[in-house]
Every structure is written in C-alpha cells, then in structure tokens.
Design a protein around this ligand. Sequence first.
Ligand code: GRF
Length: 200
Amino acid sequence: MNLAVFASGNGSNLQAIINSCRKGKIAADLKLVFSDRPAAYALTRARRAKVPSIVSLVPRDFPSREAYDQACVELLQREQIDLVVLAGYMRILSPLFIDAFRGRIMNIHPSLLPAFKGGHAIEDALAYGVRVTGVTVHFVDEQIDHGPIIAQAPVRILAQDTRETLAARIHRAEHRLYPQAVEMFVSGRLKICGRTVIPS
Ligand code: GRF
C-alpha cells in the first residue's frame, strides 16, 4: 500500500509516520510527501528520510482552488497512492479532491471532536476551561473537522498549563495515535458505516 503525507509546517506528525514505517510498524510505503509551502520543515524531514517523491506546489501558480487540487489528484494517481494522510496541511480540500479519494483521506485534529473545531483548537480548549481535551484522527469529508472518527485520545489539562505545555502533550499524543490509525487502515481493519468507523 502506498501512502502520501500532506503537510504545510513543522511535520512532527510526518516524522512519527516516517519512524513507524521505518520500524515496520506501518506495513506500507511512504511514496510521496506534498506541501503547499516550499519552505515547510516537513519537506526537509522528507528529504532526510529519502522519501521517493517530494513535491511542493504553490497555490498562487494556479488559477483556482479546483485547478490546484486537480493537480494534486493527478499527482496522487500517478504515484498510485492508496491513502492520503493530512498532517498539519493548512488548505481546505475541494470536493473534487475529496471525491477522488473518498474514504482514503485522513486528518488529525488537536481536540476531541466535535469540540473545538478549526484552526485554534488548543487555545480554544484552554480558554473554555475544559479539564480534558485530546486528539482525533478522522476521515475527511466536505465539512471541516467533521468526517467519521477513527481514533481519539484524551489529554488532561493541568491548572498550570500554558499553550506551550499543553501543545507539547497534545503533540506527544498525536505522535502515538496517528501511526496507529494509519496502520489500522493499511491492514484493512477500518470499515466506514455512515458516521461510524468500525475497527476490527
Ligand atoms: C497538529 O497539531 C495537528 O493536529 C494539526 O496540525 C498540527 C501539525 O503539527 N492538524 P506538525 O506539523 O505535524 O508538527
């Protein structure tokens, strides 16, 4: 099975997936790392790991979101990608992209969905005063942070937490959970039934 990871930034989740593939914990080939930002540190990680295909396309070089996503889909099809793993990819995918890979795109979000959707989940959980937040891996559909949930892990919020200390624990939870969720897909153990993902 061939994996592609899409990342816009630091790529620590990409790194966790690279490490799990290397150790054989994910029995798949990481064939492609893609970014919308040529300067993303994720691309440096991909180069170091000698990922066979490393591609960055700049959105402003394309006339529309659809044209950009069409180029992504063609790339994924050319590389015969089975699963697209979004790991801090900051663009919203168009329906064209989601349709082409329905049930084969995963995302990780730093909260227990459906709480704290959007781009500031860690800050929002802190500001709201919840005692427990966490991480969610889900399939991607047309709505933001919405698709069927694959796996979740809780992270307790401590009285002395700052954005930084909480983010660090959330990232550690992500790095454990995301490779496990990818491996479940790779080994054919995830079945989507409506909103529910049934693991076996
Ligand atoms: C993670 O917190 C993830 O939940 C969110 O974006 C962040 C990416 O971090 N979608 P990194 O680039 O993998 O370090």
